[in-house]
Design a protein. Structure first.
Length: 153
């Protein structure tokens, strides 16, 4: 007798193996998404802190991103020469596997009014892209108010 097709046992083995593969991969995908979400919330918090410092200190505060090293820092703008800023000692690290992209120079300038300006320095940015694999989010700072929003891609 010539058998064609699969037995029920063979089908059950395939279904069990597929279930194992899916159950192993779902936490890994969630971990990547969680990293991007946590990093985005971290950047939003730092943007809010920079804005609040600019308002409370009545001074221009610079948020500087160093994309290759995965760090950001809040500084007091010294004026004059682009790049001259005094660190406020507030720094943050971005987790490994997450990429930051913050414009060409990666700087956001907050004025004492809380708004963001483009007239200081060279070419500040108003958004920061956070990505890991295919997952991408962006923190967009509204220039007139300095308030940050999350943009999903």
């Amino acid at each position: 007798m010539d058998k064609k097709g699969f037995s029920i046992i063979e089908l059950m083995v395939v279904v069990v193996l597929m279930g194992l593969i899916v159950s192993i991969s779902i936490p890994l995908v969630r971990a990547l998404n969680d990293k991007v979400d946590r990093t985005t919330r971290q950047i939003i918090g730092a943007v809010r802190e920079a804005r609040e410092l600019a308002i409370t200190k009545a001074d221009t505060v610079l948020m500087r991103f160093n994309s290759p090293s995965g760090q950001y820092e809040l500084c007091k703008w010294q004026g004059g020469v682009p790049g001259s800023a005094q660190s406020l000692g507030i720094k943050g690290e971005i987790p490994s596997g997450v990429t930051l992209s913050a414009g060409f120079y990666g700087e956001i300038f907050f004025l004492p009014t809380g708004s963001v300006t483009y007239s200081l320095g060279t070419a500040p940015t108003d958004s920061v892209m956070i990505s890991s694999g295919n997952r991408k989010l962006s923190v967009k700072v509204i220039p007139a108010t300095g308030i940050a929003r999350i943009v999903k891609y």
